[in-house]
Design a binder for this molecule. Structure first.
Ligand SMILES: [Zn+2]
Length: 165
């Protein structure tokens, strides 16, 4: 099984139980290169995937360690938590509890709840488009994603609520 763990800055790819870090594209852009995340421990394993299908087309060098399914599972959980942080208004602790609910003990061994929470906060801070509170009514400019309109019979559209900070 292999899947892309979407992460805008550092995409990862799980291949045969090992996490691979994105290492660039081929010059014609048709392939992506990945290297094992255990490189700092001397693992020289690399793979090439097809740019469009993400199918593994080449495996170079053997891993010098056992696969770590727990780490792959932990990365998947982190990813799910980040997505929830972006897509929901849930409290960080609630997101953590939801995403780790079904995690086996081995996964919890490589995953830290507080690190997960911190990552959720960082994701939130980056995604935040909430403006500071205005001092005067004229300064009130609510960004589009925060506007909720409710049609009324006589006035047309009325802004009824504002979410966020
Ligand atoms: Zn490796």
């Amino acid at each position: 099984m292999s899947l892309i763990l979407s992460n805008k800055n550092k995409p990862k790819f799980s291949d045969q139980g090992c996490l691979m870090w994105y290492d660039g594209d081929s010059s014609d852009g048709s392939k992506k290169f990945w290297r094992c995340d255990k490189r700092k421990y001397g693992c020289k394993a690399r793979i090439h995937t097809e740019g469009v299908t993400n199918r593994v087309v080449k495996r170079l060098n053997r891993h010098n360690h056992d696969e770590s399914a727990a780490e792959v599972a932990a990365a998947t959980i982190k990813n799910a938590a980040k997505r929830r942080a972006e897509d929901t208004q849930e409290q960080p602790s609630q997101i953590v509890n939801t995403t780790i609910r079904d995690a086996p003990p081995a996964v919890m061994g490589v995953l830290s709840k507080s690190a997960l929470k911190q990552q959720i906060r960082r994701t939130r801070n980056r995604a935040s488009v909430a403006p500071p509170n205005p001092h005067r009514l004229q300064d009130l400019d609510i960004p589009q994603p925060y506007r909720v309109y409710k049609p009324t019979p006589d006035t047309g559209c009325v802004l009824v609520s504002k979410t966020g900070n």
